[in-house]
Design a protein around this ligand. Structure first.
Ligand SMILES: [Zn+2]
Ligand SMILES: [Zn+2]
Length: 266
């Protein structure tokens, strides 16, 4: 019992550290240190309020606790027997370990899209997902800012993934970490994607920060998490998405050109 409690506390500390480090560093860099330099990358003109940050952090800590309960259940209770989690690294190849992370993200994207659409149902929205949408101008702190009920549905994604895919705890850790990093990028409030991205296939496949920011400012459309796939198939991608992305990137390009002219003149 004492050992289980120790494992739970360790898992929670690790999860909380992940939240504060992965969300905190981009927040300090974009909102405090380089906010002037990055002003052309800012997606919305208005500033997010301090009270939003506090609400987002408090709910994210609650979500972290709920996700820890789910992670603990998967790794340390008999529930593990109904999952395909394996603990001996020699059971599968190292290549599979990495492939399983990529596949987990694809499965999670599908799970998230449909769960997210359901949470936007008018009969459910006010009791669950409205809390996340209080952040109409999201910051990295909003990444885990979910209502108590929504946090369970978000965390259940892990159960779905590990009942489908054989995954080692290292792969689970990599999946959760990469998922959170992408989530923070989606809520960053700044578009930091390189300018060359637009002309590549990656822009057609993956979401950007503008993509999820539009979901927060407009409430409708852009329900996907990592990929544009489901929004395009289901016709739910916001019609202004590409235009808005191009507007921000053009502003960044103009600022870069101006900067070059100034430095050449001086
Ligand atoms: Zn939503
Ligand atoms: Zn969001």
């Amino acid at each position: 019992m004492q050992q289980a409690l120790k494992a739970f506390i360790e898992l929670f500390s690790l999860s909380a550290m992940r939240y504060f480090v992965v969300a905190g560093i981009p927040f300090i860099v974009c909102y405090k240190l380089l906010n002037n330099w990055l002003s052309q990358s800012k997606i919305q003109d208005r500033e997010a309020a301090k009270k939003d940050f506090i609400r987002e952090i408090l709910y994210s800590v609650q979500t972290t606790a709920i996700l820890t309960v789910i992670g603990f259940t998967v790794l340390y209770t008999p529930v593990k027997n109904i999952t395909r989690v394996y603990t001996s690294l020699s059971d599968y190849s190292i290549i599979w370990l990495l492939v399983s992370v990529a596949l987990a993200l694809v499965i999670h994207d599908t799970y998230f899209y449909w769960m997210h659409r359901l949470l936007h149902h008018p009969k459910i929205f006010n009791y669950t997902h409205l809390l996340h949408h209080k952040s109409t101008n999201p910051s990295p702190w909003a990444s885990y800012s979910f209502h108590f009920f929504e946090a369970w549905t978000e965390g259940a994604a892990l159960l779905v993934v590990v009942t489908i895919l054989p995954m080692h705890p290292i792969a689970i850790g990599l999946f959760i970490l990469s998922s959170f990093i992408i989530n923070v990028y989606g809520h960053l409030g700044y578009e930091v994607a390189p300018l060359w991205l637009r002309k590549t296939i990656f822009f057609e496949i993956f979401n950007t920060s503008v993509h999820h920011n539009l979901h927060h400012s407009k409430f409708k459309g852009n329900y996907g998490l990592y990929l544009r796939f489901w929004d395009r198939v289901m016709g739910t991608e916001h019609p202004d998405y590409v235009k808005e992305f191009d507007r921000i990137q053009q502003n960044r390009l103009n600022a870069k050109i101006k900067q070059n002219v100034v430095s050449q003149a001086s």
